[in-house]
Design a protein around this ligand. Structure first.
Ligand SMILES: [Zn+2]
Length: 421
C-alpha cells in the first residue's frame, strides 16, 4: 500500500459544492483542517481532528503548510495555448484604434496564427507552448484544455492535436484536447460546405480514431461558422463519441446559447452578448456557461460577460483564460477569476467555484475540483491564511505550492514578512 501523506497546518480548506444553486454557498470552508492522500488520491479531508483519526493517518508522512489556505487545483477549461509566434504588433495597432476586423481583413488575426502554425513543426509548436504551460502551473492550474483551430487545413489541425498530446507527456498537468472548427479557410469561402465535410472526415474522424481529442468545438459567429454548419459538425462529433463545446454569442446575440442547449453541448463559452432567453435555455439544459473575461480585459471594444445574470438565471458558471495570441494573451486563471468577480458580477465564492469545480464540470471531469475523498489530490496552497488572498492581488501570485496527484509541481518563493524580522 502506498505511504499516505497527511497535510496539516491548513488554516482554511476550501471545498466547492458538487453543484451551484439551491441558495447554498458554492464553497464550504473548514478552518483548522487536514487533508490525507495516498497514491495521488484523496482519502480524507475536513476538520483536523477527524482526518487525523483516520486509520491511514497514523503512519502517514506529514506535510505542514504552515497555517495557509488550501483550495482545489485550478481547471482551465478553454484555451488556445498551443500556437506559434506572437501578435504583439496587432495589440499595438488596436491601441491606436484599428479594429480586430480590419486587422483580420489585412491578413492578421486567426489567419496569421494559422500561417505560423503551418510553418512550424510539432516540436517547434511544443517548444513555443511549454513556457505558457509552466506559467499556468505557477498560477495554480493543474488541468488545462487545449484546442486546435489555428491549422485551417486538416493536416495542420492534426499537427496541432499531435503537439497537444506531446505537451501532455512533458508536463505533470492533465491536458485535455479539443478539435476546434475555428474559421473557414479563405480558399474555401466559396465552397464552405466542402470545408465542413473535410473537417468532419479528415479532422474529427482521425482525431477520434487516434484518440487525439476528447472534444469538438465550433466557433459559431458571423465571421466563422453558421448554426447549420455547427449542427453538421456536432452530428459528426456525436457519432464519433466526441463531446461538444461551443464558442457562442461572442460578437452578437445570434442565438448561440440556444443552439448550445439544442445540441446538448457540455459547455457554452464566451456569452458576452447572450440575452435573457439564451440564459434561460442554458440553465434549463444544464449547459455549463463559461466566462472568458480575459477578452474584455485585453480588448477595449469587447464586452464583459454578465456572470451575475447567468447565475440569476440558474446557470452553473465556469471561468477560463481563453489563452490565445490575439484576443486574450493570458495564462493566469487566478487573474481571470479575480476579474470575473470585480467586472462580471460573481462573488469571490462563485469565482473560486468557477475555476475549480466549474472548470472540471465544463470538461466533464468528475474526479477533480472539490477536494473530497476519491478525487485526485490536485491542490493549491495559498500563501495566506485567508483563501481569498488568491483573488485579492490580481496579476500578483499569492501561491506557496501547487500539487498534482499529491506531488509538488511548483513552489512559490515569495519572501514573507517573517523573513525580514
Ligand atoms: Zn476561444
Amino acid at each position: 500500500m502506498n505511504t499516505a501523506t497527511l497535510v496539516v497546518g491548513i488554516a482554511e480548506l476550501v471545498q466547492p459544492a458538487a453543484k451551484e444553486g439551491d441558495g447554498r454557498s458554492p464553497i464550504e470552508v473548514t478552518r483548522d483542517a487536514a487533508l490525507l492522500f495516498a497514491g495521488g488520491i484523496i482519502i480524507a479531508a475536513g476538520p483536523r481532528a477527524t482526518v487525523a483519526a483516520h486509520p491511514r493517518a497514523h503512519r502517514a508522512a506529514a506535510l505542514d503548510v504552515g497555517g495557509r489556505a488550501v483550495v482545489p487545483g485550478l481547471v482551465d477549461s478553454h484555451t488556445h495555448v498551443l500556437f506559434a509566434g506572437d501578435r504583439i504588433d496587432e495589440l499595438a495597432r488596436r491601441t491606436r484604434g484599428e479594429t480586430y476586423e480590419s486587422i483580420a481583413r489585412a491578413g492578421g488575426g486567426i489567419a496569421r496564427s494559422a500561417a505560423a502554425v503551418r510553418d512550424a513543426s510539432v516540436e517547434a509548436l511544443v517548444d513555443a507552448t511549454l513556457p505558457r504551460i509552466d506559467s499556468m502551473i505557477s498560477r495554480g492550474t493543474t488541468t488545462v484544455e487545449a484546442k486546435s483551430g489555428y491549422g485551417l487545413s486538416p493536416e495542420a489541425e492534426l499537427k496541432q492535436l499531435r503537439a497537444i498530446s506531446a505537451l501532455a507527456a512533458l508536463r505533470p498537468v492533465d491536458v485535455i484536447a479539443t478539435a476546434l472548427a475555428h474559421a473557414i479557410p479563405p480558399e474555401f469561402e466559396t465552397e464552405r460546405q466542402r470545408y465542413v465535410s473535410l473537417f468532419c472526415t479528415e479532422v474529427l474522424e482521425v482525431a477520434a480514431r487516434e484518440a487525439l481529442a476528447r472534444y469538438c468545438d465550433v466557433f459559431v459567429a458571423s465571421i466563422a461558422f453558421t448554426p447549420d454548419e455547427a449542427r453538421t459538425i456536432a452530428a459528426a462529433a456525436r457519432a464519433l463519441g466526441l463531446g461538444l463545446r461551443l464558442h457562442v454569442d461572442q460578437l452578437a446575440d445570434d442565438g448561440g446559447a440556444a443552439l448550445a442547449a439544442e445540441l446538448g453541448a457540455l459547455a457554452a463559452d464566451h456569452l458576452e452578448h447572450t440575452g435573457a432567453a439564451g440564459r434561460t435555455r442554458l440553465a434549463e439544459s444544464r449547459v455549463i456557461a463559461t466566462l472568458l473575461p480575459g477578452c474584455a480585459l485585453f480588448q477595449a471594444d469587447a464586452l464583459w460577460p454578465d456572470g451575475r445574470a447567468l447565475r440569476a438565471a440558474g446557470c452553473e458558471v465556469a471561468v477560463a483564460t481563453d489563452c490565445n495570441p490575439g484576443s486574450s494573451m493570458l495564462t493566469d486563471l487566478t487573474l481571470c477569476a479575480s476579474v470575473a468577480a470585480t467586472r462580471c458580477g460573481l462573488s469571490l465564492e462563485e469565482a473560486l467555484w468557477a475555476v475549480t469545480c466549474g472548470g472540471a464540470r465544463a470538461l466533464g471531469l468528475l474526479d477533480r475540483g472539490r477536494l473530497v475523498p476519491g478525487e485526485i489530490a490536485d491542490f493549491v496552497v495559498v500563501d495566506a491564511a485567508d483563501w481569498r488572498a488568491l483573488l485579492y492581488w490580481p496579476g500578483d501570485s499569492r501561491i506557496w505550492g501547487v500539487f498534482k496527484r499529491g506531488d509538488r509541481i511548483f513552489s512559490g518563493d515569495r519572501r514573507t514578512d517573517e523573513d525580514d524580522a
